[in-house]
Design a protein around this ligand. Structure first.
Ligand code: ADP
Ligand code: MG
Length: 691
C-alpha cells in the first residue's frame, strides 16, 4: 500500500493546511490512514421513505415539496419549513439559518432531506437536517451504497470526511494495496482481500449485514483486525529480537543464593525453585534475560528476585530494583536488607522522600560502584542516576510502568552493545490475551504455588449498617491474639481527604475499642513515621491497623487474620484482591469483611460476588478485565502500548493466538512482508524503533 501511504491528505481536493492539521488530530496523515478510519454507523440513503410512514428516531431520506416556510418567534427564533410528499407532512426546523436558506426554502421548492426524525413541537420534525434543493425539478440520483458516518473532530465535518473518503476509495481502486497476509491464511479463514475489506467497510451495499460490520464479526473487519494483530505481534517479536541482539554479562556463580536459602526459616516452594532455575538458565548465557515472573499475592516473588540479584552481585555487578510506590519500594528494601545484610551486601535506597544531600550521596556511591544494590521508586529513572556496572534491573508491578520506562532503566546499564538483564515481577496475574499483546516480548515464568500454610480466606460482604458487628469481630480477633486491618477508602483521589477520613475512622475505632491499641498509617505521613507505625504493628504492639489503601501492596504481617474494607464497593477487583492478600499469610484461619454502602451498582454487586466466590488471582483478573476493559484495567501509562486502531482486545480475543502464529511464520519465511506489515500498522510507535 506504499502508494497510498505515501500520499499525504493535503494532496486531496478540499484539504488546506488548516484542514490537514485538524485531520492530524484524528491521527489521519495519509490516504492509507484515512482508509483505516472506519465508520461507527451507517445510514441508508438508498431509498426514499414516504413521509406518512416516518417514526421518531429513524434516520431516513425523504423528498417533498415545501408548503410553507416561516420564521417563528418562540423562546428561540427558528425557521420552520413544512414539507409534504402527498403521504403526509413533516416539519424541518433550523435555529441557525442564513438569508440564502430563508430565500431558498420557499413554498413550492422541491427538496431531498436526510436526517433523524424527532418528536417535536409541531409533531414530527427534523432539526438542522442535511438537504438538497432540486435544480429545475431534478434531484441527483440516490446513493447506491450505505452512507458511512465517521468519528469526527472539531472543524472536520462529516461531509468533508465523506468527500475525502470518496477520493481515497478511488485511489484504492487505482493502486490496489499489496496483500500482506499469506493467501493460504486468508483462504482458510475465508477472509477478503484488503481492498475488498476496505470497500465493504466504507461503502457497504444496502443488503449487507450492517450489525456484523459494526460489531466486528464481519469478515471485512476481521481481515483488518487480523492484519493489525499480526503487525502488533511482529512488533513485539522484532523488539524482542532487537533486545536479544544485545549482549549481556554472564552470571553462573550461585554460592550466594545457596547461602540465602540456607539462612531462611522455611524451604522454597517447588514453584519458586523452578522459577529460580529458569532465571539462572537465562543469566548463564551472554544474551539479555527478558523475563516476566507472574505470581499471586504472597506467592513469594521477592525471594525469587533476591536470588537473581545475588547471582549478579556475586559476579561483581550492580542491581536496581524499582517499584511503583514508595511503600512497596520500602517493603522491598526491608526484605532485601533483611536477607542481604547478613551476607555483607549493602542495599541503598533512592526515592523522592530523600533530602537532596542524601540523594546526592547515594547517587555518587552508585555511580562509583560502591553499593551493589539499590531499591527505589521512579526516582531511579532520573537522569542524574548512573551506575558503574549495572547488570540486572528488577521492576515490580510492571503494568504500572510502560515499556519505555523499562527500557529507560535498561539504558542506564548499557555499555556499547552490552545491556543489563531484565526481570519483571507482577502480582496482578495478567489474562493470557493481554499478556500476549503487552508482554509478547518477554519470557514468562509463573509461580503457581503458594507457600504452605496459606488457607483460603473466608470473605463476606455486609452493608455499612452492620459496622457494630464488625467492630465486635475485630475485638474477638484481638482477644484470640491475632491482629486486624481496617482499610478506609474514599472516592476522591486526594491524599489529604483520604488521610482525613482515615483519621476520623481511627478516632472512632479507638473509642469503640478502648482496650485495644489502634495504630494509623496513611499516605500523608512522613516515610519514617509510617515505617515506625508499621513496625509497631508488625511487632504485635497494636492489634488493629487503620490504613488507607497505602497498604495495598507489600505489607506483610502473618499474624494478621482479619481484613476489613470500608466502602468496598468503590474499589476495583484487583485492588480488593491485593488488599485481601494482606491476611491469610500463615497466622491461622483468616477472614475478610467487605463493608459496603447501599444501594450497590450492578458492577459493584458483581465485584463483591466475585470476591466472595474465589480467591484465585487469575480468575479475579479475568473478571476485572471483563468488567473494566483493557484501557482502564491497565491505567493510562500502558494504553499507548496497546493502541490498536481497529482491533479490540476483548472483542477480538480469539484472533490473538492465530495472529501470533502468522507473525512467527512471516518473520522466518517472509521477512520483507513482515517489515511491510509493521510499517503499515505501527509507524510512529517509537517503542519498536528504540531497541
Ligand atoms: P509476593 O511478593 O509474591 O506477594 P512475597 O515475596 O512478599 O510475596 O512473600 C510473602 C511472604 O511469604 C513473605 O513474608 C515471604 O518471606 C514469605 N515466603 C516466601 N516464600 C516462602 C516459602 N517458600 N515458605 C514460606 N514463606 C515464604
Ligand atoms: Mg511482593
Amino acid at each position: 500500500m506504499s502508494e497510498l501511504a505515501a500520499r499525504p491528505l493535503g494532496g486531496l481536493k478540499g484539504v488546506g493546511p488548516r484542514g490537514a492539521e485538524r485531520l492530524a488530530k484524528l491521527g489521519l496523515h495519509t490516504v492509507e490512514d484515512l482508509l483505516f478510519h472506519l465508520p461507527f454507523r451507517y445510514e441508508d440513503r438508498t431509498r426514499i421513505q414516504p413521509i406518512g410512514r416516518l417514526r421518531p428516531e429513524q434516520h431516513v431520506v425523504i423528498e417533498g415539496e415545501v408548503l410553507a416556510a416561516d420564521v417563528m418567534f418562540g423562546r428561540r427564533r427558528s425557521l420552520l419549513c413544512k414539507l409534504s410528499d402527498g403521504t403526509g407532512m413533516v416539519a424541518l426546523r433550523f435555529y441557525h439559518f442564513t438569508a440564502a436558506q430563508k430565500h431558498n426554502l420557499t413554498r413550492g421548492a422541491r427538496l431531498r432531506v436526510y436526517g433523524e426524525v424527532r418528536a417535536g413541537g409541531t409533531g414530527l420534525e427534523f432539526y438542522h437536517p442535511e438537504y438538497e434543493l432540486a435544480v429545475g425539478d431534478e434531484l441527483p440520483p440516490l446513493e447506491k451504497s450505505l452512507t458511512p458516518v465517521y468519528p469526527t473532530t472539531e472543524g472536520v465535518h462529516q461531509k468533508t470526511l465523506r468527500n475525502l473518503m470518496r477520493q481515497a476509495l478511488t485511489l484504492l481502486e487505482r493502486y490496489p494495496p499489496r496483500d500482506l497476509l499469506p493467501p493460504s491464511m486468508l483462504d482458510s479463514a475465508r477472509l477478503p482481500t484488503l481492498r475488498e475489506a476496505l470497500l465493504k467497510l466504507h461503502a457497504p451495499q444496502p443488503d449487507d449485514p450492517v450489525d456484523m460490520l459494526l460489531t466486528g464479526s464481519h469478515p471485512a473487519v476481521q481481515r483488518l483486525v487480523m492484519e493489525e494483530m499480526v503487525a502488533h505481534q511482529l512488533g513485539m517479536l522484532s523488539r524482542r529480537a532487537g533486545q536479544k541482539a544485545h549482549s549481556a554479562p554472564v552470571f553462573t556463580d550461585d554460592r550466594l543464593v545457596h547461602r540465602l536459602r540456607d539462612s531462611l526459616p522455611f524451604t522454597l516452594t517447588g514453584a519458586q525453585r523452578r522459577v529460580i532455575d529458569e532465571i539462572a538458565a537465562d543469566l548463564a548465557i551472554p544474551s539479555p534475560m527478558l523475563r516476566l515472573v507472574q505470581g499471586d499475592v504472597g506467592s513469594g516473588k521477592t525471594l525469587v528476585a533476591a536470588a537473581a540479584a545475588l547471582m549478579a552481585i556475586r559476579a561483581g555487578y550492580q542491581v536496581a530494583l524499582m517499584a511503583p510506590t514508595e511503600l512497596l519500594a520500602e517493603q522491598h528494601l526491608h526484605n532485601f536488607r533483611h536477607w542481604l545484610t547478613p551476607l555483607d551486601i549493602e542495599v541503598a535506597w533512592l526515592a523522592g522522600s530523600l533530602t537532596p544531600k542524601q540523594r546526592r550521596d547515594t547517587q555518587a556511591r552508585l555511580a562509583e560502584g560502591q553499593v551493589p544494590m539499590v531499591v527505589g521508586t521512579h526516582a531511579l529513572f532520573q537522569e542524574a542516576v548512573g551506575f558503574q556496572r549495572l547488570g540486572l534491573t528488577i521492576i515490580d508491578e510492571q503494568h504500572r510502568f510502560g515499556v519505555h520506562q523499562r527500557l529507560a532503566l535498561r539504558e542506564k546499564g548499557r555499555e556499547g552493545n552490552q545491556v543489563p538483564h531484565q526481570l519483571v515481577l507482577t502480582a496482578t496475574p495478567i489474562p493470557r490475551t493481554l499478556a500476549m499483546s503487552l508482554y509478547g516480548d518477554l519470557d514468562t515464568s509463573v509461580i503457581d504455588e503458594l507457600p504452605p500454610g496459606r488457607e483460603p480466606i473466608d470473605t463476606l460482604a455486609l452493608p455499612a449498617g452492620r459496622r457494630p458487628d464488625v467492630i465486635a469481630r475485630v475485638h474477638a480477633a484481638a482477644m484470640k491474639g491475632t491482629q486486624a486491618y481496617w482499610v478506609c477508602t474514599l472516592i476522591e483521589e486526594s491524599d489529604a481527604l483520604q488521610a482525613q477520613a482515615a483519621e476520623a475512622t481511627w478516632a472512632d475505632l479507638k473509642e469503640a475499642l478502648p482496650d485495644l491499641n489502634v495504630e494509623l498509617v496513611h499516605g500523608r505521613m512522613k516515610a519514617k513515621d509510617k515505617a515506625e507505625r508499621m513496625a509497631r504493628f508488625s511487632r504485635g504492639e497494636a492489634q488493629l491497623l487503620v490504613a488507607t489503601t497505602v497498604i495495598e501492596v507489600g505489607v506483610d504481617v502473618p499474624n494478621a487474620t482479619l481484613m476489613v474494607m470500608e466502602n468496598a464497593e468503590r474499589l476495583g477487583l484487583s485492588q480488593l484482591h491485593q488488599l485481601r492478600g494482606r491476611v491469610g499469610r500463615g497466622g491461622g484461619k483468616s477472614y475478610c469483611v467487605l463493608l459496603y454502602q447501599t444501594p450497590l451498582s450492578h458492577t459493584a454487586k458483581k465485584r463483591l460476588a466475585v470476591m466472595r466466590e474465589t480467591g484465585d488471582g487469575f480468575r479475579i483478573a479475568e473478571e476485572d478485565l471483563r468488567l473494566r476493559g483493557p484501557g482502564e484495567w491497565l491505567g493510562t501509562r500502558q494504553t499507548g502500548d496497546l493502541a490498536f486502531r481497529i482491533a479490540d482486545l476483548m472483542r477480538d480475543e480469539a484472533l490473538m493466538s492465530p495472529a501470533r502464529e502468522v507473525a512467527d511464520t512471516l518473520l522466518t519465511e517472509h521477512p520483507d512482508t513482515a517489515e511491510a506489515l509493521v510499517k503499515r500498522w505501527l509507524k510512529g510507535a517509537e517503542g519498536y524503533a528504540d531497541v
